[in-house]
Design a protein around this ligand. Structure first.
Ligand code: MN
Length: 198
């Protein structure tokens, strides 16, 4: 049993002008594909073969860096593509209520998330995390995520933003804040809602 690169639900140019087609294509066919195949290389033929990605994350501190980095890369990008959509919109219903309860308002949530993404030093991710204590914004370095036993904030990530330079440099160069601002136009809030209630 191997981990498989999931199919994209949209074409490489679907998220333009916010994310350009060339970045999407390289990000998916090179970066995400490489994390996936390197994860398989690290797991196949070992005692870990057949474990779910969630099982690996739960004890990732005791596993090899290859599994931590490539397992995270495999899962994080699988989530990332799903929470993006050409038809953005806004959160509603129970998710919006939970955002209001945890952050005061959608705008306050957005500011906190954007700040987490902008201030993550070097490579990493910003997250909206479902925890036992409501919704929380966090960020993680490299390809870590809130499902890992090493994460400062643990819980279920329901929205993530990749702030590695490979995610934005072709179009935005060093202007990470512009990329973060653009991201808000293409969040798939229906998918985030699904992950919130499941
Ligand atoms: Mn990436």
């Amino acid at each position: 049993m191997s981990f498989e690169l999931p199919k994209l639900d949209y074409s490489y140019n679907a998220l333009e002008p916010y994310i350009d087609a060339r970045t999407m294509e390289i990000h998916y066919t090179k970066h995400h594909a490489a994390y996936t195949s390197k994860l398989n290389d690290a797991v196949n033929g070992t005692a870990l073969e057949g474990k779910t990605i969630f099982e690996l994350f739960r004890s990732v501190s005791s596993l090899s860096p290859a599994i931590r980095n490539n397992g995270g890369g495999f899962y994080n990008h699988s989530l990332f593509w799903k929470v993006l959509s050409p038809n953005g919109g806004a959160p509603k219903g129970d998710l919006l209520s939970a955002i209001n309860t945890s952050f005061g308002s959608f705008d306050k949530f957005k500011a906190e998330f954007s700040n987490a993404a902008a201030t993550r030093f070097g490579s990493g991710w910003a997250w909206l995390v479902k925890t036992g204590n409501g919704l929380v914004v966090s960020s993680t370095p490299n390809q870590d995520n809130p499902l890992m036993d090493v994460a400062e904030v643990k819980g279920t990530p329901i929205l993530g933003l990749d702030v590695w330079e490979h995610a934005y440099y072709l179009n935005y160069q060093n202007r990470r804040p512009d990329y973060i601002e653009a991201f808000w136009n293409i969040v798939n809030w229906e998918e985030v809602s699904k992950r919130f209630i499941s």
